[in-house]
Design a binder for this molecule. Structure first.
Ligand SMILES: *[C@@H]1O[C@H](CO)[C@@H](O)[C@H](O)[C@H]1NC(C)=O
Ligand SMILES: *[C@@H]1O[C@H](CO)[C@@H](O)[C@H](O)[C@H]1NC(C)=O
Ligand SMILES: *[C@@H]1O[C@H](CO)[C@@H](O)[C@H](O)[C@H]1NC(C)=O
Ligand SMILES: *[C@@H]1O[C@H](CO)[C@@H](O)[C@H](O)[C@H]1NC(C)=O
Ligand SMILES: *[C@@H]1O[C@H](CO)[C@@H](O)[C@H](O)[C@H]1NC(C)=O
Ligand SMILES: *[C@@H]1O[C@H](CO)[C@@H](O)[C@H](O)[C@H]1NC(C)=O
Ligand SMILES: *[C@@H]1O[C@H](CO)[C@@H](O)[C@H](O)[C@H]1NC(C)=O
Ligand SMILES: *[C@@H]1O[C@H](CO)[C@@H](O)[C@H](O)[C@H]1NC(C)=O
Ligand SMILES: *[C@@H]1O[C@H](CO)[C@@H](O)[C@H](O)[C@H]1NC(C)=O
Length: 501
């Protein structure tokens, strides 16, 4: 009897001890979470405060093109912005760390892979931001393919020592601007390059063996398979949810001191990502323009009409003020792009660059002429890109990134990429919504512009926004939508009641 009681007591004590240790453990992890939640919330509320309340549809003095990697932003930069702004109007560019150059306090255009934290270095109330987003799964594929493409160009070298020696020489020649200084490629390319060389070396040691796979995304004899790439800590740090982090100003390249702690918290506690997502959405809301890589044609048209038209009318206003003396930024740019493409500055790229340098009569530029220039520019740019890609991928034959090859990627892997990029998926959905809104807005303003054009020689986009006419259109559209909704609602009720019967 006694024995039983003692056993029972011992058991009770054990249970008590266990439960205490469990609560201690829980509260410890809870503390980590609480700490992080506090950090993230504090950051989120501080970045929500500092917004400018002005009309976001009006172009301000400085245009900041926040270029998310692999969204096709380069064509916008090359084929729109370079035609709209002269070299002397460009802010000193630096795709790595911006040294905001006080020599050019009045520059009008800044285009970089830097994240939103850049705004802390800019006159906020005078800056309009534009960006382009892409379906996150395609963006991850493209990041992988481009990392391989750029890294594979170095395979002409016998070994990495020889690569390093060449890099040093090139750097001296091109006054310091190199692909490998530019975020995120400065991390992604060397990583992939080392991997390619290592695989080539071990292939040579083993002797040629027959490849067992024809799946270019899983050809481990030749290159890092996609599933390995996306699960590496580097990819987690700088690729996944990259658009959200960039637009929130929280990349690995951020200027915010607290950014790194916030990012680490979000990577650790995924639920905290919601705060970051909300901040990023808010930033998108306040942008002058948001384009979508997938809707390329509509995005370009919209860019010409929203951004282009306003830059042109800005020029018209300020055309009397003389241009400052030119500087060497365009030289730097050409060397950046040619380096980005490897050593082969080929004729087609030179052609693109030379049209940039032609002084396009900016005073005479119209949206129509801009669009025309864009179309021819983009096709020459694309041809040269495709050519370089084929030349580079030859070096990792038989791996090749084609549409057919992509079909070999398993559904499981796609799901994995999707879940690793859940914030970007949501942000992209939101961007699609903004895009539709923008489109409606633009269509209205174009109708209005035509009316206005008959009475005025110039018209500006923002003046339309508050006009009674736009309100009328908006009201009628809302009314129509409401009627449609009622119609479908009644219809579906009728259908469900039929089913019930
Ligand atoms: C790298 O290649 C160069 C030839 O370009 C050769 O001289 C050198 O010995 C090689 N280094 C190694 C470690 O193989
Ligand atoms: C790869 O091989 C599979 C069969 O093993 C075949 O069904 C598929 O079409 C091939 N894919 C390519 C791109 O050759
Ligand atoms: C950014 O990420 C790269 C790759 O993961 C890493 O090497 C680098 O140290 C990181 N930088 C910061 C500031 O975290
Ligand atoms: C531009 O570059 C040339 C040489 O390419 C140099 O002589 C000149 O001083 C540079 N100008 C400026 C403003 O840096
Ligand atoms: C790069 O181009 C220069 C000539 O412009 C050439 O001398 C050099 O060998 C090339 N290097 C590579 C790695 O192709
Ligand atoms: C440059 O382009 C031509 C075709 O226009 C191609 O034959 C050549 O191989 C390219 N050069 C390099 C170094 O890629
Ligand atoms: C470059 O321009 C020249 C003349 O403008 C043209 O003949 C040549 O075909 C162009 N090259 C490419 C690759 O577009
Ligand atoms: C620009 O306009 C002027 C007259 O306003 C005209 O003489 C000139 O040819 C135009 N230039 C271009 C490139 O269209
Ligand atoms: C890779 O695919 C592209 C497009 O299908 C093709 O043009 C190219 O020749 C292929 N490269 C190799 C090395 O097979």
């Amino acid at each position: 009897m006694r024995c039983k009681i003692i056993h029972l007591m011992l058991g009770l004590i054990l249970v008590l001890l266990l439960s205490v240790s469990v609560t201690i453990k829980a509260s410890v992890t809870d503390d980590g979470y609480k700490q992080c939640e506090h950090t993230v919330k504090k950051w989120a509320s501080s970045s929500a405060d500092s917004e400018v309340k002005d009309d976001k549809h009006a172009l301000r003095d400085l245009l900041f093109f926040l270029h998310v990697p692999r969204t096709g932003g380069r064509t916008y930069f090359h084929c729109f912005l370079k035609k709209l702004y002269s070299n002397s109007q460009e802010c000193p560019r630096s795709y790595d760390k911006l040294r905001f150059n006080p020599r050019k306090p009045n520059c009008r255009l800044l285009s970089t892979h830097d994240d939103y934290s850049m705004m802390s270095k800019l006159p906020k109330e005078k800056t309009s931001v534009v960006t382009i987003l892409r379906n996150p799964i395609d963006r991850v594929f493209s990041t992988y393919e481009f990392s391989v493409e750029v890294a594979a160009r170095f395979l002409i070298h016998p070994n990495l020592t020889s690569v390093a020696r060449m890099a040093k020489r090139t750097r001296r020649k091109t006054s310091g601007v190199s692909t490998l200084d530019i975020w995120p490629w400065k991390y992604l390319v060397p990583w992939m390059r080392e991997d390619l060389f290592a695989r080539r070396d071990s292939r040579r040691l083993r002797g040629q063996t027959h490849l067992v796979t024809n799946n270019s995304y899983d050809m481990e004899d030749i290159l890092m398979p996609l599933h390995e790439y996306i699960n590496d800590p580097i990819a987690r740090d700088i690729i996944h949810n990259g658009a959200t982090f960039q637009i929130a100003g929280l990349t690995n390249n951020s200027y915010f001191v607290e950014a790194h702690e916030v990012r680490h918290c979000v990577l650790k506690y995924h639920s905290l990502g919601e705060y970051v997502l909300e901040v990023a959405k808010k930033k998108l809301d306040d942008m002058l323009y948001v384009g979508l890589t997938e809707n390329h044609k509509e995005s370009a048209t919209m860019f010409a009409n929203i951004v282009g038209a306003q830059v042109i009318s800005q020029h018209t206003i300020s055309s009397s003020s003389a241009d400052v003396a030119g500087n060497n930024d365009s030289e730097q740019l050409v060397s950046y792009f040619s380096e980005l493409q490897g050593n082969n500055t080929n004729q087609s790229l030179k052609n693109v660059s030379s049209t940039d340098k032609d002084e396009i009569a900016r005073g005479n530029l119209t949206v129509g002429k801009l669009t025309e220039a864009y179309e021819s520019c983009i096709s020459s740019l694309r041809n040269s890109q495709a050519e370089r890609r084929v030349n580079s991928l030859k070096r990792i034959y038989p791996a090749n990134f084609t549409k057919e090859a992509r079909r070999q990627v398993s559904e499981v892997l796609i799901q994995e990429i999707t879940s690793l990029n859940s914030l970007d998926v949501e942000l992209y959905n939101y961007a699609q919504y903004i895009f539709t809104k923008q489109q409606a807005h633009m269509t209205q303003s174009m109708v209005y512009d035509e009316r206005l054009a008959s009475t005025l020689s110039t018209s500006t986009y923002p003046s339309f926004y508050n006009s009674p006419y736009s309100k009328f259109v908006l009201l009628s559209i809302t009314g129509l939508l409401f009627l449609l909704f009622v119609f479908f609602f009644v219809n579906s009720r009728r259908r469900t009641s039929k089913v019930k019967l």
